[in-house]
Design a protein around this ligand. Sequence first.
Ligand code: COA
Length: 275
Amino acid sequence: MVQKVYKTVKVEKENGITWVILNRPEKRNAMSPQLHFEMVDVLVELESDDETRVLVLTGAGDSWCAGQDLKEFFRELDDKPVERRRAEWATHEWRWRSLLTFPKPTIAMVNGYCFGGAFTQLIACDIAIAAEDAIFGLSEINFGIFPGGLVSRVIADAMSYRDALYYSLTGDTFDGKQAAEMRLVTFAVPREKLREETVKLCQKLMEKNPAALRATKEVFKTCRTMDYALAEEYISAKIIALQATDPEKGRNKGIDQFVKEKKYRPGLESYDRDA
Ligand code: COA
């Protein structure tokens, strides 16, 4: 695949891991309209890229993402309704629709500031690992608005009622350790271990059956908002769909190796995918 070059995003591939790096460090990786358009393209390309088995979203320099660019995304589009509409489409497209349904595991590796609009892509990622000293904030109240875009909606999924209201009403910041305690991120590690721990997690995910990984996240994310009757129907159809489409026929292999061959214990380890 020919690697495209972007101005506001860097894409680096290494042993199955694709690092997608928001690349405006001089603006703390605030999201401009151009960054949104480029990210739409990046995710479309990577969805079907065989070299990408796990996607890690991170930021250049010491910031993960300082939210929307208050100058380029807000102020400069105030009098340009058409450009605003396009930029709003792009911002929702990549940060929510594409990332949420990305067909491979996604990890937010939070290496620094994570403010306002950045919570959308943070929560869309399947797993989030933060540096213990990363700084998070729902800062909108500090500049006279409330968490916009989809932030008010997604924090209701990923933060407790009390935390979401406390932090969006006060604008107080919290660090990576606190974010892990409140379960907004999966875990926090010392900054110097952030990349190493992220790579370890990617390797663990890459040992699993990719079709089963995809179905796992699709089913979990889709059926959260279904009632029980609908979820039962949907999940049983997805199980059949997975069996029918999984190229490595994992379910048959996995059950045979346990039940017939007594080769492993699925409670403790994975089946032998190469057998
Ligand atoms: N929008 C536009 N520009 C931003 C930005 C944002 N969200 N965040 C940072 N920048 C720009 C600054 O204006 C500055 O630009 P300049 O060098 O042309 O003056 C540059 O990035 C560096 O920012 P600075 O504030 O000097 O860096 P810092 O390291 O001292 O502080 C932050 C970093 C993230 C704490 C601070 O920039 C900030 O509060 N940003 C806004 C965060 C926010 O509320 N985001 C929510 C938006 S939805």
